[in-house]
Each structure stands twice: as structure tokens, then as C-alpha cells.
Design a protein around this ligand. Structure first.
Ligand code: FRU
Length: 497
């Protein structure tokens, strides 16, 4: 039985959505049906379709009491909105249904596991003594019934010293033996973050197992939105730490993302870290979540925004928030690699390609333009003795606007700059990442979808994601080289309305 609060949200989204023409949205990136979107939730494959839920406030384009929006897709690119799945309408979640995940139960129903927030009294330091607990709801892929026994995990299930205010974002999965496990983020006594591991025979009755991983104030403070899975013979822990300090070229986003690669000791149920890296080096990326596709691919999607740059949002916009393109994950040379899902190739048409274009100075190329395009650029030094100093490509470009990627081979630094991308806010608009030194050789693929660009460097070794607000008529590409560059370029339109 759905509550009035959920019924109202469903009625509102159905009406308000009609005021948003499809051209005012990205084509194949999921955007909020109406109003506000943040983290991806419940990213899963269920009854022949990919399901993607999201943190959702349908009534305004700003964060508010959290609902779960819902969409399904057969190919991860064409999304169909379904009615909002959850609303804050029970005692355990009266102030918000925060992030969580989904799994198929043995009886074929879909289980959603999420954080229920119930606000507490204001404290003298200005914070409030909220309760974050883990709740579940079961459904058929459209309608979900909250479990009367909620919450299923509370402050009682946290080890000594752990915060009952910061305990959230359960990621659930099913083990080979049919039991369930989940990880959740928590703030221990040291004020930073830890990931707790729980187990359950049925998805409803949960038991604390272990502190899977501890931050110990190394990577930011509280660890949000954990995900934990096996990949290419390793174990991977993804999390989104709040309040990060930058370190070299890593972790520049304040609210950043962290990938830890290591192993898992089944005896102590703890994770042994071997490597750490940022997940994305762009401006807009947070709270990634993965699923295991039926064909064995580990696919990740993230919120293509970041809490630190939110003043870019306009309250007048009918929607705010979009997801990244879903990305296939792998591990190579101890690093996390990401590539756009191969389904994207099916949207390609109108190939234009140039090989061995030698130039210095400025250049435009016939047929290389567009705002829904898939462009791969490969650079080589035109003169091995005197490697070029700098290469830049401007895109989303006209007389007023452009977004830029530039590469300086001597420093091995790739930079994205969206200062001139239509933002009216003086916030950080650029990010740099260090790429492996390779004598001026580099290749990067750019995926543009009207209001965003995602860059996959050297076949996915690093990625940079950013939204852009440039007028859609700004669709030019322009190339610049300080020194002699040899460039191959291949461009496809990404089609469909
Ligand atoms: C991360 C986050 C989560 C929380 C949700 C609330 O972006 O802060 O930790 O569940 O957003 O919307």
C-alpha cells in the first residue's frame, strides 16, 4: 500500500515531467525525472532489465527530503522512467530515504536496502542528533512495500564508539551460498570513516560481522557510499570520502572518490589494502555504485555532480542532476580502468576520421563537431627531437563559449577547463591529472552528451568527468598546438532523440 506522500510524489512527477522537452535533457545519460537527483541507488539487473534508482527530491531542483526515483533500461543507455519507488513516510525514514542498493531475493522479489533518516533534537554545536538506520522494502520492480520490521540495522549493530548519526548507504549482494552480505559507511570515534560488514540469511535479519576497512583519518573523513566486489582476481573497495585533502594530483575534489585495491581475508573478514587511487579526475563525479551484469561485466555508474560545485545549479531549472555513462571496470597493472559500456557503440553513426594530421598553430577539421559525439584523439610528436609543448582541443565551442582539454607532454599533465562553459558562478572550473610520461604520445576518448563531457585517457586508465552548460548551438571543435603535433581523430555522432 503506498502512502499519501508517495502518491503525491508520483502524481507530481508525472505532471511536471511534461514541461521538460526531451532536447532539454541529456540523450543517454539518466537525468532527474523532475527536480533534484543525487547518488545512484539500487543499480541492479532484475527481470530482464537494468534498474537504476536515485536520490530524488521531485518538488524543487535542490536537495530536500529524500525519495527514490526509478528508471529501467535494456541497454543502460535508453532509460524509461518508472514511478518514484520510495518516499519518506514511515517512522524510521520520516526525514529521508537515503542511499542504498538492490538485490533479487530467492523467491524472485526485489529487495531494496536503504538508509532511513529520522531527525533528532538540535545539539548546542548546531548539528542534530539524527538516527540513521538501515531499512528494507520488497517489491516487483515497480511497487515496493516497506518491511514492517524496519529498521533492520540500528545503532545497536555498530561497534563501540561508532556514530549512530553517520551510519549509511548499505550496498547489498548475494553470496554463492544464497546468503546476503552488505557493507555500510560509518564514522568511528576517530572522527573519520570505516566500512562495516554485515551478513544475513534472508535479507531481513542482519548481523554485524566485522570492520571491513578503516580510514584512520588518511583519506578524508566520513566514508560514504561504499561498494565492495571482486574484479580480475582482486578485491575492490570503492567509497566516497567527505572532506578530503589533496595529495599530489590525487583527491582534489573535497568530496572525493577513492578506489582501494587489495585482498579479502575470509577468516577475519577484513580487507587488506594494496593500492589507492582517485576514481575520477574531473570536476563532477561522486558516489559511484556498481552492478554485476548477467554476462559477468562489473559496471559502474556515478552521480555526475559533486557537492563542492553545486552552486552551479539553478533553482529555476526543471531538473538538476545526471548520472555518468555506465562504465565497464577492469584492473590492469594494479589500477582501476574504466571504459564506456560497449552498448554505446550501437548509438554511433556518421563516422568521420583523419589520420596523421600534422599541424602546429590552430586547426579546424571538416565534419568534426557536435554535442552528442564520441571522439577519439591520438597524439604523437610531429618532431621526435623537439616534442610539442602543448596541445589543446576546444569543444562545445562558438564565439562566446568553449570547454577545453589541454595536454603538456613535458609535465605529463592533462587538464580540463570549463571556465567558458556557460557557468555564471566563480567556482573551480578546472582539474588536472598526471598521466604516464610517454614522449608526447597519448590517446583520449571524449563522450559528449549535450551537457557533459567524459574523458577516458589511454583506454580508460584515467577518467575526467564534467558537466557543461554551454548553449547547445555551441558545437564547434578547434585544435591548437604549440610545436608540431601529429594527430589521428575519429568521430561518431551519438544518435537518437
Ligand atoms: C552522498 C550522500 C549519502 C546519503 C545521500 C543523501 O552523496 O550524502 O551518504 O545517503 O547522499 O542524499
Amino acid at each position: 500500500m503506498s502512502s499519501n506522500i508517495l502518491r503525491e510524489a508520483r502524481r507530481h512527477e508525472e505532471i511536471a515531467e511534461q514541461l521538460i522537452p526531451p532536447q532539454a535533457r541529456p540523450l543517454f545519460h539518466l537525468s532527474s525525472r523532475v527536480g533534484w537527483m543525487n547518488d545512484p541507488n539500487g543499480f541492479s539487473y532484475y527481470q530482464g532489465k537494468y534498474h537504476l534508482f536515485y536520490q530524488y527530491y521531485p518538488y524543487e531542483s535542490k536537495w530536500g527530503p529524500m525519495h527514490w526515483g526509478h528508471a529501467v533500461s535494456e541497454d543502460l543507455l535508453h532509460w524509461e522512467y518508472l514511478p518514484a519507488a520510495l518516499a519518506p513516510d514511515t517512522p524510521a525514514d520520516k526525514d529521508g530515504c537515503f542511499s542504498g542498493s538492490a538485490v533479487e531475493l530467492a523467491d524472485g522479489r526485489q529487495l531494496l536496502m536503504y538508509t532511513g533518516v529520522s531527525a533528532g533534537p538540535k545539539l548546542p554545536d548546531g548539528t542534530s542528533d539524527d538516527r540513521q538506520t538501515q531499512c528494507v522494502a520488497v517489491g516487483d520492480g515497480v511497487n515496493y512495500e516497506k518491511y514492517p520490521g524496519n529498521p533492520v540495522l540500528t545503532g545497536e549493530d555498530i561497534p563501540e564508539g561508532g556514530s549512530k548519526v553517520d551510519f549509511r548507504d548499505p550496498k547489498i549482494w548475494r553470496e554463492a551460498d544464497g546468503t546476503y552480505r552488505c557493507v555500510a559507511g560509518n564514522r568511528p570515534a576517530d572522527g573519520s570513516g570505516q566500512i562495516l560488514l554485515y551478513s544475513s540469511p534472508d535479507g531481513f535479519h542482519w548481523k554485524f560481522e566485522s570492520v571491513l576497512a578503516e580510514n584512520k583519518n588518511r583519506f578524508g573523513l566520513m566514508w560514504e557510499c561504499p561498494d565492495f566486489f571482486q574484479l580480475d582476481g582482486k578485491y575492490v573497495l570503492l567509497t566516497s570520502p567527505q572532506d578530503m585533502l589533496p595529495s599530489g594530483f590525487e583527491y582534489h575534489n573535497g568530496n572525493g572518490t577513492l578506489c582501494l585495491i587489495g585482498s579479502f581475508d575470509e577468516q577475519s573478514k577484513t580487507f587488506q589494502e594494496e593500492r589507492d587511487q582517485a576514481i575520477d579526475y574531473g570536476i563532477d563525479f561522486y558516489a559511484p555504485q556498481t552492478l554485476l551484469a548477467p554476462d559477468g561485466r562489473r559496471i559502474m555508474i556515478a552521480w555526475m555532480q559533486n557537492w563542492d560545485t553545486l552552486s552551479i545549479a539553478s533553482l529555476k531549472a526543471p531538473w538538476f542532476g545526471q548520472m555518468t555513462v555506465p562504465r565497464e571496470l577492469s584492473i590492469k597493472n594494479g589500477r582501476l580502468y574504466q571504459c564506456p559500456v560497449r552498448e554505446l557503440d550501437g548509438l554511433r553513426s556518421g563516422r568521420v576520421s583523419y589520420q596523421n594530421v600534422d599541424f602546429q598553430g590552430e586547426l579546424t577539421l571538416e565534419g568534426i563537431k557536435g554535442r552528442k559525439v564520441d571522439v577519439t584523439i591520438t597524439l604523437r610528436p610531429g618532431d621526435e627531437e623537439h616534442i610539442y609543448k602543448k596541445f589543446s582541443v576546444w569543444f562545445g565551442q562558438d564565439d562566446t563559449y568553449h570547454t577545453a582539454i589541454s595536454f603538456r607532454p613535458y609535465e605529463s599533465v592533462l587538464k580540463i577547463d570549463r571556465k567558458f562553459s556557460g557557468s555564471r558562478r566563480a567556482i573551480i572550473h578546472q582539474r588536472r591529472c598526471k598521466v604516464p610520461q610517454n614522449g608526447g604520445n597519448i590517446t583520449f576518448r571524449m563522450i559528449l552528451d549535450r551537457f557533459s563531457v567524459e574523458i577516458f585517457v589511454n583506454h580508460g586508465e584515467q577518467t575526467l568527468s564534467a558537466t557543461m552548460y554551454t548553449d547547445l548551438s555551441a558545437d564547434g571543435f578547434r585544435f591548437f598546438a604549440d610545436g608540431e603535433v601529429t594527430m589521428d581523430i575519429e568521430k561518431y555522432d551519438l544518435d537518437g532523440e
